[in-house]
Design a protein around this ligand. Structure first.
Ligand code: NAD
Length: 498
């Protein structure tokens, strides 16, 4: 009988009853490798109670002590990066080198959080009135929750909890039920680094757990990353319950190639960003916009490179692209390829008939490239989240920009060109939260913040970086007078400076 992964509440594995369990697959073999407990309202209540209890002490733990724990956690992560990467690959399917990359990007947020003492310094104004000073501090909110997607089981949780906890909050994380082992290991390792019990709790589960978190009166804020329909639901239900919410949704990221671009470089970038992690990245390039007259040449270069991508078990040497996460998701993505063909897009590379030696039951789909896609086609309108790259041909820069700005998503976008003036115009005019110039996946470093526009983000703040610190804290302005002036008696007028 496969092991059941369970919740971590108040530093201990949940040993209560588990009514519902989910299956966790090894996507390369298709086998069920583990089960995962799915939390109900009782488990969520227990997790929030543990976090609430822990907050009473954690909020008062000195910045020096918090920082030391973060540094210790950072060192553990660094030394176990490979172990964690293999854990991610076993449940997600991405190749181990790619999993290592995601861990590095998460580690960078932990490193940013190690500087929390600097980030929480606040602002001070001396002598705002005679003998009066005013200063602003940022204080933690209390218990906050994170809800994360399957595609970055280590990195996306690390976008959230290191900063939230560094700011003095306590945290309940509800990771994806499809690959729950890596986030659980992160919480256990943070505890090993000295984090007190109850500061970081994990509840596994599905929509039942999510809705219980959104409705819970003791949760002050929710960070969510996932698909757009769920992001909208989380934002509406969470804010309706009076919480602060940031909900990052799906994407349809375009990469525009201007006629003056280096086409070999652009083709390399399109294939790396389109098929890395089998296209299961929110910043994957899913649409290449070829500006006349580069279409024929670019399509040929992309199809040639994509056709040579080595697909297989992400643990094997030399493999560049792994399987999709579940059989259900794989058949959904295949369905999109069938629809694209039926709607008249030209399938110049068909990955549907792929087979991988010794892994007949894995969730395989090879790279697929569609040429002459038009904006009305389903492969253009929907987020496919798989190894399917669409190429749209347009006649001008203006037409390319219009296409991008008309798209309801606004996560990432890239422009490939050698023209600095065009690039500058583009970065000013384009409507997207993250812009790459000759950079296909412009994920900001940890000391900036990450977030899209349009239907790629509901809420006001982006995640991690300076905006993360703002999200997980609230301002308090203090005005004080310590001099001992002669008081001339009560004055009922509204206070003004003197
Ligand atoms: P998902 O929306 O299905 O699930 C995300 C989380 O929500 C999971 O924890 C899941 O258990 C929970 N959930 C699922 N359905 C729910 C429902 N009906 N009610 C309440 N909670 C529910 O997303 P996914 O398939 O795990 O991840 C892929 C999606 O995430 C893609 O759309 C991708 O673009 C997006 N994503 C976005 C970003 C970003 O930064 N914008 C980053 C990574 C992934």
């Amino acid at each position: 009988m496969a092991e059941t992964i369970t919740h971590l509440l108040g530093g201990k594995a949940w040993d209560g009853a588990t009514a519902e369990r989910g299956e966790v697959f090894d996507p390369a073999t298709g086998a069920v490798s583990r089960h995962v407990a799915l939390a109900d309202e009782t488990v969520v209540d227990a997790a929030v109670a543990a976090a609430r209890h822990a907050f009473e002490d954690w909020r008062d733990v000195s910045l020096t002590r918090r920082t030391r724990i973060l540094f210790a956690f950072r060192d553990i992560l660094e030394s176990r990066r490979d172990e964690l990467a293999r854990m991610v690959t076993a449940e997600h399917g991405k190749v181990v080198s790619d999993a290592r990359g995601e861990i590095t990007r998460g580690l960078e947020v932990v490193e940013f959080a190690c500087g929390i003492a600097h980030l929480l310094k606040g602002e001070h104004s001396e002598q705002v009135s005679t003998d009066v000073d005013t200063w602003t501090v940022r204080q933690p909110l209390g218990v906050v929750a994170g809800i994360t997607p399957f595609n970055f089981p280590a990195m996306v949780p690390m976008w959230m909890f290191p900063i939230a906890v560094a700011c003095g909050n306590t945290f309940v994380l509800k990771p994806s039920e499809r690959d729950p082992s890596a986030p659980l290991a992160l919480a256990e390792w943070f505890s090993e680094a000295g984090l007190p019990d109850g500061v970081l709790n994990i509840v596994h589960g599905d929509r039942v757990a999510v809705d219980s978190l959104l409705d819970h009166p003791d949760i002050r804020a929710v960070s969510f990353v996932g698909s757009t329909p769920v992001a909208r639901h989380v934002y509406e239900r969470g804010t309706g319950a009076g919480k602060r919410v940031q909900a990052l949704g799906g994407a349809k990221n375009h990469m525009i190639v201007l006629p003056d671009a280096d086409l070999d470089r652009a083709a390399d970038a399109a294939v790396s960003a389109g098929f890395g992690s089998a296209g299961e990245r929110c910043m994957a390039v899913s649409v290449v916009v070829a500006v006349d007259p580069v279409g024929d040449s670019l399509v040929e270069k992309i199809a040639d490179r994509a056709g040579r991508v080595v697909v297989g078990d992400g643990r094997a040497d030399g493999v560049e692209m792994g399987p999709l996460v579940t059989a259900q998701h794989c058949s959904r993505v295949r369905g999109y390829v069938d629809t694209g063909v039926a709607q008249g897009a030209e399938l110049v590379l068909d990955g549907r008939d792929i087979s991988v030696a010794d892994r007949p039951d894995g969730f395989w789909l090879g790279p697929c490239v569609f040429d002459r896609v038009t904006p009305g086609m389903t492969v253009y309108t929907d987020e496919i989240f798989g190894p399917v790259l669409c190429i749209v041909r347009v006649e001008s820069y203006d037409a390319a920009l219009h296409l991008v700005n008309e798209n309801p998503y606004g996560n990432g976008v890239a422009l490939f060109t050698r023209d600095g003036g065009a690039a500058r115009l583009f970065q000013r005019e384009v409507e997207a939260g993250m812009v790459g110039v000759n950079v296909p996946i412009p994920v900001p470093m940890a000391f900036h913040s990450f977030g899209g526009w349009g239907q790629s983000l509901f809420g006001d703040t982006h995640v991690y970086g300076p905006e993360g610190v703002r999200f997980y804290t609230r301002a308090k302005a203090i005005t004080a007078q310590w001099a001992d002036p002669h008081l001339a008696g009560p004055d009922l007028g509204f206070p003004t400076h003197r």
